[in-house]
Ligand binder design. Structure first.
Ligand code: MG
Ligand code: MG
Length: 268
């Protein structure tokens, strides 16, 4: 059952989402060769608590850490460890925060130093597909319309769309209805309702869409060992339109990137 939020609840959710956005912005300046994902995890936990929130993932379904850190061929749900990042790696950082009873949950895939052009393109196309998906999150549409849009956009480049893991509704629980697959058919699935909040999160592989799981019970990685990218935003449906609650602007500020990709989804 989809649980729509009141305008006041949406403002609280924006607050939670922005704590995650700021955490990712802080981390953007720290992602470099030699740093361990466990060190970044500790920084994130302190930052989130300093902002009056608690880490959203830690302890959720018994996940051990604040961040899901998934380098290179890992898709999502990687566990932070002592292995230093290396020049040429990519690292998906997924972060959750809980404040005022509401969750924020979003993710960005960072390049560590210089990366090869094929992987750089994977990151660009995956991030673009997130906005293509958000644009389909509109009154009258259904979950299949968002999935269709993301699938068409990414498969056109020969990429694999992960099937087993999906976006989701968001609120007082990290995972609410509806499921938001990154593949689908137009006009199929659950219909969107005013006030709902979702996490849209394409997980796109450079090669096959197939995945496997490590014996740690968490880490998901590509079956062929090729890299995978993951970008996630939190979006509310307001006046029938998608409205971003999270932002990559803190990341861009840290990295000196100029971008207007979020502009269509931010209220004037
Ligand atoms: Mg997430
Ligand atoms: Mg999510």
């Amino acid at each position: 059952m989809i649980i729509p939020k009141t305008p006041e609840e949406i403002e609280l959710m924006r607050e939670s989402a922005l704590i995650v956005s700021k955490t990712l912005g802080m981390l953007a300046g720290e992602v470099k060769p030699g740093v361990t994902t466990l060190a970044l995890d500790a920084l994130a936990e302190t930052f989130i608590r300093d902002h009056g929130a608690i880490p959203g993932f830690k302890g959720l379904y018994d996940f051990p850490n604040t961040l899901c850190m998934s380098p290179n061929a890992q898709v999502v749900h990687g566990i932070p460890n002592q292995k230093p990042l290396e020049e040429g790696d990519i690292i998906s950082i997924d972060c959750g925060a809980l404040k005022n009873g509401f969750y924020g949950d979003h993710a960005y895939t960072f390049a560590v130093g210089e990366i090869d052009p094929a992987t750089e393109k994977l990151l660009r196309i995956t991030k673009e597909s997130l906005y293509v998906g958000i644009d389909a999150f509109r009154k009258g549409n259904r979950t299949g319309d968002v999935g269709y849009a993301i699938q068409q956009y990414t498969e056109a480049h020969g990429y694999g769309v992960v099937r087993e893991l999906v976006g989701h509704g968001l609120g007082r629980k990290m995972h609410e209805d509806p499921e938001m697959p990154n593949y689908g058919r137009r006009g199929q699935g659950k219909q969107f309702v005013e006030g709902m909040v979702v996490a849209i999160e394409p997980m796109i592989n450079r090669g096959t869409h197939r995945i496997k799981q490590l014996k740690d019970g968490w880490t998901i990685l590509t079956a062929d060992g090729l890299p995978s990218a993951h970008f996630e935003h939190n979006i509310a449906l307001v006046n029938g339109q998608p409205q971003l609650l999270s932002t990559f602007s803190y990341i861009y500020e840290a990295l000196g990137i100029i971008s207007d990709e979020e502009k269509p989804f931010i209220p004037a």
